[in-house]
Design a protein around this ligand. Structure first.
Ligand code: CMC
Length: 440
């Protein structure tokens, strides 16, 4: 009996004196097991309250593992450092989507399938041309990805694995095309069609930067750096956008609008929009000498140090370390970005400061990525789009896993209602002043 109860909690309800045995699995109790705890039989039962999901697991997932205290990130069990060193982005995409590293043949097939779908319908191009000349590329990206839904109505068959497979290829293939065109639009340059002779990242660079040459040749160091950045951004378990992907996908919306919703979540400055905000901040600081005064301001509660802090990492973000190394290779080609000196000084001072040490605030993935993107020639407005391209893979893997999970249903949190209890309607002529109305 004692043994049987080992993996359980005993909860005693002091309101009634009743005792409940609640199973504990994987260090977790099921919120639904609390429902039986009630004072009277007709009561709803106990819920858990967890704004911002600070301590709630919403799914079981086999995709990405993070140990935030030790700064560890694994995709399907493989350390991010090893994947970044040895793999191409599409190889990692295969791993994230299907669970195992591909054989040579599997990778070849996967690359071929993705390459076959890089083109978008001409009307998507027309739609994109309709945006204002100064449209933010992330807004264009989100809207254009959503618009793909209208070109593939069959994508609504989300319970059909073959259909899903096709839409996954399409999305991974088309996001670089849409991203590159949103950039060209910004510059008033004609959109460049995909070149299917080129690998994924080099083809993206071709669509971004080809001018009048008949064949664009990407600098191999920069292409590799971009590939590594894509690997680092491919998935990050249940963050705001992955959670959006799962939440919207749980209603069985098609994957195009669902990815667009996830991209919208990514666009905020507290999530993927942070890389853009870091550059704005570094430019605002202006020089190394101004760093101490800027940090003082942050400590006084005037804003946040963008690119610092993370809900999960309470140690150095392992992705930031790899990005810092990648920066050296990029700067050998592009020349050093002068903002790097400000960033390094900011990091040095912040990491020695009691305020940041106490709160375990370290540079995150966004702190250095923008500096590299800028050195490569991207405007800041493109940074979050560059995050969205590889993260599409993670979103799709999370979506697929959610749909195949028998325990998942449409996502629908509970609330604690704090509004008025029932009150009678007041006709217009009896409403008086707003103050009188509020007092009703
Ligand atoms: N600068 C200064 N203080 C900070 C920062 C920061 N960047 N981040 C957190 N704090 C403080 C915060 O004010 C709070 O202090 P106190 O305890 O005195 O009230 C304490 O640290 C705990 O912060 P929190 O807001 O409870 O932490 P959170 O887990 O809710 O927020 C975060 C995580 C990433 C939203 C936040 O750290 C932040 O806003 N950072 C800046 C934006 C950023 O770089 N975002 C990119 C995240 S990584 C990539 C991604 O996932 O998209």
């Amino acid at each position: 009996m004692e043994n049987e109860n080992k993996n359980t909690f005993t909860i005693i309800d002091n309101r009634t004196g009743a005792s409940y045995t609640i199973p504990v699995q994987d260090g977790t109790i099921r919120a639904m097991d609390l429902r039986q705890i009630k004072v009277t039989p007709d009561e709803f039962g106990t819920m858990s309250y967890d704004p911002a999901f600070m301590n709630t697991a919403s799914c079981r997932s086999a995709i990405t593992f993070i140990d935030g205290d030790r700064g560890i990130l694994l995709y399907r069990g493989y350390p991010i450092e090893q994947l970044a060193e040895h793999c191409s982005f599409l190889e990692v995409a295969y791993l994230i989507l299907y669970g195992e590293l591909p054989t040579q043949d599997q990778l070849h097939d996967f690359e071929r399938n993705v390459t076959l779908h890089t083109l978008v319908h001409e009307n998507v191009k027309k739609l994109m041309e309709g945006f204002r000349y100064d449209a933010h590329p992330m807004g264009m990206f989100i809207s254009s990805v959503a618009a793909l839904s209208t070109f593939y109505p069959e994508a609504r068959r989300v319970r059909d694995p073959e259909q899903r497979k096709l839409d996954i290829f399409r999305l991974i293939a088309k996001v670089p095309t849409i991203a590159a065109w949103s950039y060209r639009h910004h510059l008033g340059l004609p959109y460049v069609y995909p070149d299917n002779d080129l690998p994924y990242t080099a083809n993206f660079m071709n669509m971004l930067w080809r001018k009048v040459e008949s064949k664009y040749v990407a600098n191999p160091v920069l292409a590799r750096a971009l590939d590594i950045l894509f690997i680092l951004h491919a998935d990050h378990e249940q963050n705001c956008s992955a959670n959006t992907m799962r939440c919207v996908g749980s209603s069985e919306a098609d994957p195009y609008v669902t990815v667009a919703a996830a991209a919208a979540a990514l666009s905020g400055p507290l999530h993927g929009g942070a890389n853009e905000a870091v550059l704005t901040m570094l430019a605002e600081i202006g020089s190394k000498d101004n760093v101490p005064a800027y940090i003082k301001q942050i400590k006084e509660g005037k804003g946040k140090l963008m690119g610092f802090g993370h809900r999960i990492y309470k140690n150095y973000d392992p992705r930031a370390r790899i990005i810092k190394q990648t920066a050296d290779a990029v700067f050998e080609v592009t020349g050093r970005n002068p903002l790097l000196d400000i960033a390094i000084e900011l990091e040095r001072i912040a990491l020695e400061d009691e305020y940041f040490i106490k709160r375990k605030l370290y540079p995150n993935v966004d702190f250095y990525s923008g500096i590299i993107y800028q050195a490569m020639g991207f405007p800041t407005s493109m940074f979050t789009v560059l995050f969205a391209i590889p993260r599409t893979v993670g979103w799709l893997a999370q979506w697929q896993e959610m749909l195949e999970d028998k325990e998942q249903k449409i996502a629908r949190p509970r609330q604690i209602y704090i509004g008025h209890s029932r009150r009678e309607f007041v006709p217009m002529e009896k409403r008086g002043t707003p103050q009188q109305m509020a007092a009703v």
